[in-house]
Design a binder for this molecule. Structure first.
Ligand code: C2E
Ligand code: MG
Ligand code: MG
Length: 715
């Protein structure tokens, strides 16, 4: 204080004291800003001197800003570290403003406070460095280690297998141990000074960073997460991260201590297990569980539109059966790979077997989805070279849009809607397959409901069979020259309890699919034999034969021969008066076993007829080797394929087929004879037998005996 100019003292003495910064008051305020218990007589003297220096700095001309700056720094080293000290300084200087001039006052305040803040920061930093170790001692070590020496602590910090890092409340990394450096692949120098917020990873949950901010702000004391980090070499490590807040004695946040345990191996194992649970092991595609998860997720979004392409390979079974399962597996892998890579913007999953599904999210429109379906078909269609074979397969695709389904009734849950959508996709796929190979079918609400109806019908059939809802009718088979009935064809019908009658065209295909055709076919055969035996018993003169339709599925059934002979035996109907009708396609593709069955039946004396002949693609040379006795000429040759009038070509073809049959030693039955003209024509062509509405429709069993001894139909 010795350097202040004497004239100012005089000024002070002249009563200006109150207008100049009040040294005593300032010193008193600063003293109050000392942390508790630090203020002693020395401190008081030192602060009083500083206040005087400041006052002098304010009034001395020329003004030197270095002097208030020095006061700011000295204040911090004198232990004045509470922000309230600055407030008091500003207030005191402000009071002197009118005397010393406001411009000067602001310059002084600016110089002092900036220097003070800088010095305070430096001070805090060194204090933190010291405190950091203490904080770690408290938190990084187990309870019993709390009281160990700092040296011991440092050894633990350095040697720990757990990565440890300490940051300040701004997130600036102050200290790291070796394990942490090893975990990240960085040197300690590269890690310190970095911000804790720079350790972001693309997989981070944004909520994690919000929690870290909360922790640094003192709102929470702990954060624990599993989190990935990017190592220096660009690879990722996973760590179990535990962040702990260390508070100062007044409770304010001081440090953040992070302890990181490397869990990369465990995560890898978990990932592998999850992958296994979510992917199909054969193709590596997401499995149906994952598919349904995604589907349900999408359906849960309001106003979200999506489409599903359900794909099923055509003829995959044949590949498996002929080339073996290894080739089949390889084919599925190739198809899966193509679908996944060529439709990579969509989720492609394997539903099982040879079924795949494509989830088209936010489709641009029906054409967009149709193009996806076509792309899938094209991917499947390209030949696959496997085990020296060029394998060609195709597929059917059923397409359903989420908007195809009627608005869900209130309360319909998401899993049910997903199931409904997939059921719709399934029936649509069925349509695609039904229409032929390499097809796309789009959902059709009308067809869907009829398919659903079909399924319900199919489900009711076993009960209907047990409760006698099926009946057999008989349509006369008429010898053309004299119009005498020589046989009957048994045709099954279904009388529903509500009075409706279903024709076999409706339910036979369903029964073939469900397998019910086997018991149903047996029942028809048994019923027909019983009826025929009754007619014969009533009229032993009548020599009728019985023609019964038999499905391919029945022929493939093991034990079918034994079953037929049991029925003949039990009913007493002779084998040589029984004819079994098989369709052309069923006959043309028989397995060696079913050929054996046919031969066994023929050996018993049962006749075999080819039904609807001319509608399939018979291999005529092959026909000779089959135990066939009769050709039933398809109705289209008789009634004309292109309309109600008989086409001359049809007539010629019919004539050829009749001659061919005779050359092969087979009898010919013309189906669907409806007019006298047709009858005349068939007679002229040399056809043996006819069947059709011209003679009689299918009739109840009781109607047959009365028709035996006169021409059937108009004469
Ligand atoms: P299908 O064996 O070719 O039987 C002849 C079908 O032609 C019968 O139809 C018959 O009513 C019909 N029809 C007879 N005359 C005429 C005619 O003049 N004009 C026309 N347009 N049609 C005529 P239905 O009874 O509806 O039987 C349809 C098919 O159902 C049968 O064709 C047969 O394949 C199958 N089916 C019927 N009963 C059985 C059965 O018990 N078992 C098996 N597996 N299939 C059966
Ligand atoms: Mg038939
Ligand atoms: Mg027929």
């Amino acid at each position: 204080m010795a350097d202040h100019p004497p004239d100012l003292h005089q000024e002070q003495d002249r009563g200006l004291r109150g207008s100049l910064p009040d040294v005593d008051r300032l010193a008193g305020d600063w003293l109050d800003s000392l942390p508790d218990g630090v203020a002693g007589p020395d401190q008081r003297r030192r602060l009083l001197a500083l206040a005087g220096t400041l006052r002098d700095a304010v009034v001395t001309e020329p003004f030197d800003p270095a002097r208030p700056r020095q006061v700011g720094r000295d204040l911090v080293s004198a232990g004045v570290t509470r922000p309230s000290a600055l407030d008091a300084t500003v207030r005191t200087l402000g009071d002197a403003g009118p005397t010393i001039g406001h411009a000067r006052m602001f310059t002084v305040v600016g110089a002092l406070t900036s220097a003070y803040a800088e010095a305070l920061r430096d001070h805090t930093r060194s204090e933190q460095d010291h405190l950091g170790a203490a904080a770690l001692a408290a938190h990084a070590l187990a309870e019993d280690a709390r009281h160990t020496s700092e040296a011991r602590f440092h050894a633990v910090f350095t040697e720990s297998a757990v990565g440890i890092g300490i940051s300040d409340v701004d997130g600036r990394v102050l200290e790291v141990n070796r394990a942490l450096c090893d975990l990240f692949g960085y040197s300690p120098e590269e890690l310190t000074e970095r911000s804790a917020f720079s350790f972001v990873h693309p997989d981070d949950d944004p909520a994690y960073w919000a929690e870290v901010k909360d922790l640094l702000a003192g709102e929470v004391d702990h954060v624990r997460r599993e989190k990935a980090y990017v190592r220096r070499d660009g690879t990722s490590v996973w760590a179990d991260v535990e962040l702990t807040l260390v508070r100062a004695s007044d409770g304010s946040p001081r440090f953040m201590v992070g302890m990181l345990q490397d869990i990369t191996e465990r995560r890898r194992l978990q990932d592998r297990l999850r992958h296994q649970a979510e992917h199909d092991p054969l193709t590596g595609l997401p499995n149906r569980t994952v598919f349904f998860e995604h589907l349900e997720e999408e359906l849960a979004q309001p106003d979200r539109h999506l489409a599903v392409c359900y794909l099923d390979l055509d003829g995959f079974k044949a590949v498996n059966d002929t080339l073996g399962h290894d080739v089949g597996d390889a084919l599925l892998r190739t198809v899966a790979h193509r679908l996944a890579s060529e439709l990579d913007e969509h989720l492609v999953a394997r539903m099982g077997g040879d079924e795949f599904v494509i989830l088209v999210r936010s489709p641009g429109g029906p054409e967009h989805v149709h193009r996806c379906a076509l792309a899938a078909l094209a991917a499947v269609r390209r030949p696959v070279r496997l085990a020296g074979h060029d394998i060609r397969v195709s597929a059917g695709v059923g397409v359903v849009h989420s908007s195809d389904l009627t608005e869900p009734a209130h309360g319909v849950d998401i899993p049910s809607r997903a199931a409904e959508l997939m059921k719709a996709a399934d029936t649509t796929l069925y349509r695609a397959k039904h229409d032929g190979r390499d097809r796309v079918a789009h959902f059709d609400a009308h067809r869907h409901h009829s398919d659903i109806g079909r399924l319900a019908t199919s489900a009711r059939m076993p009960l209907a069979l047990a409760s006698g809802e099926f009946v057999v009718e008989y349509q006369p088979l008429v010898r053309l020259p004299d119009q005498r009935m020589v046989g009957v064809e048994a045709l099954v019908r279904w009388n529903l309890p509500d009075g409706t009658r279903l024709g076999p065209d409706v339910f036979i295909p369903l029964a073939e699919e469900s397998g019910l055709i086997v018991p149903l076919g047996q029942w028809v055969l048994e019923q027909a034999c019983r009826d025929a035996v009754r007619w014969r018993d009533a009229d032993p003169e009548a020599a009728l034969y019985l023609s019964v339709n038999i499905a391919a599925r029945q022929i493939r059934e093991p034990g079918v021969v034994a079953e037929v002979s049991r029925i003949l035996e039990q009913t007493g109907w002779p084998a040589d008066a029984l004819q079994l009708e098989l369709t052309e396609s069923d006959l043309m593709g028989p397995t060696p076993e079913s050929l054996e069955t046919l031969n066994a039946l023929a050996d018993m004396g049962v006749r075999i007829a080819i039904d609807d002949f001319g509608t399939g693609y018979s291999n005529l040379a092959y026909l000779r080797r089959l135990p066939v006795h009769t050709l039933k000429l398809a109705g289209s040759f008789v009634t004309g394929q292109h309309g109600p009038h008989t086409d001359t070509v049809d007539v010629e073809v019919a004539g050829l087929l009749i001659r061919l049959a005779h050359v092969l030693g087979l009898g010919v039955v013309a189906e669907s004879v409806e007019t006298a003209d047709q009858l005349d024509q068939l007679r002229a062509l040399g056809c043996d037998t006819g069947q059709g509405y011209y003679f009689a429709p299918a009739l109840a069993a009781d109607a047959i005996p009365g028709m035996l001894h006169r021409p059937v139909g108009p004469s």
